[in-house]
Write a new protein. Structure first.
Length: 119
């Protein structure tokens, strides 16, 4: 099993930046495709970004394209989400998740980290 722990959330003003981290334990994260998701109160969970095992293929949702960047450090067993030019509508709980392939379901989820962007 893979245990995922997110960190780096917090309160930031609009236009600011945060970097979220998704650290893995239990197994090597480099074996997994990793995604970042978010869920705001009263809204459905939204896929934000994803990255393949080697880090050379990424996906970024249109809503955050040009502002958010996903990356990974397989030596540190960690995936990052760099969030720039944050907007109040980015306020949500952010989760990372892992799956074995790009067509598998996400089997492993972290507990989430709160991101709040004030206007």
């Amino acid at each position: 099993q893979v245990q995922l722990v997110e960190s780096g959330g917090g309160l930031v003003q609009a236009g600011g930046s945060l970097r979220l981290s998704c650290a893995a334990s239990g197994r090597t994260l480099s074996n997994y495709h990793v995604g970042w998701f978010r869920q705001a109160p009263g809204k459905e969970r939204e896929s934000v970004a994803a990255i393949n095992q080697s880090g050379d293929i990424t996906y970024t949702a249109d809503s955050v394209k040009g502002r958010f960047t996903i990356s990974r450090d397989n030596i540190k067993n960690t995936v990052y989400l760099q969030m720039n030019s944050l907007k109040p509508e980015d306020t949500a709980v952010y989760y990372c998740a892992a799956r074995l392939t790009m067509i598998s379901i996400y089997n492993y989820w972290g507990q989430g980290t709160q991101v709040t962007v004030s206007s």
